[in-house]
Design a protein around this ligand. Structure first.
Ligand code: APR
Length: 179
């Protein structure tokens, strides 16, 4: 039973978890979508700190403070751009989730919230992304005690339904606390 995973609908910029994940681009200098929303909510100091990081490779992750966000930290990870599914997109997406979880565990963070990485501007089909996300998160939680809790914060009820259905398809016997 793995009750450390939750799926909910919300605006990740309002999260009060230890860290929220930003679906960034390799420059780490902001953008639209959730990247734009996080930078707007965190304030200009976030961009100042990001400038010093000199970018981030797709599938990797870098940590910054959260500034005006309720979340203490932001884990920035550039996801893959969908190019049909035969260009290593799934491996890169899995690496985004794993890199963020590893960095969170290294910093002793207990609660981490993810958006649905790459499923907006980057065009990754939602159900396929959900499969990669949930299987990667569940595999990590099975072998690590931190983070204590991981949440998928979906921006719409439709997206949350896809994550819930995907979760049930893969992990039917182990319902997380809230679905
Ligand atoms: N809270 C939670 N989820 C959100 C929010 C929010 N406030 N805003 C958007 N989302 C969701 C989208 O609905 C989508 O499911 O985040 C998911 C990721 O979409 P994008 O933000 O477009 O990110 P992505 O597809 O990974 O593309 C990244 O877009 O913003 C630029 O700089 C970014 O170049 C990068 C690219």
């Amino acid at each position: 039973m793995n009750s450390r995973l939750e799926i909910l609908v919300g605006d990740i910029t309002q999260s009060d978890s230890d860290a929220i994940v930003n679906a960034a681009n390799p420059t780490l200098l902001g953008g639209s979508g959730v990247d734009g929303a996080i930078h707007r909510a965190a304030g200009p100091e976030l961009l100042e700190e990001c400038r010093k990081l000199h970018g981030c490779e797709r599938g990797q992750a870098k940590l910054t403070r959260g500034y005006h966000l309720k979340a203490r930290y932001v884990l920035h990870t550039p996801g893959p751009i969908w190019r049909g599914g035969d260009k290593g997109e799934a491996e890169t997406l899995a690496s985004c989730y794993r890199s963020c979880l590893e960095l969170a565990a290294e910093h002793g963070l207990e609660t981490v919230d993810f958006p649905s990485i790459s499923t907006g501007v980057y065009g990754y089909p939602l159900a396929q992304a959900a499969t990669v996300a949930l299987r990667t998160i569940m595999a990590f939680l099975d072998t690590h005690s931190l983070p204590r809790r991981v949440r998928m914060v979906c921006h719409s009820e439709e997206a949350a339904q896809v994550y819930r259905q995907t979760y049930n398809m893969w992990f039917a016997g182990e319902k997380p606390d809230r679905l």
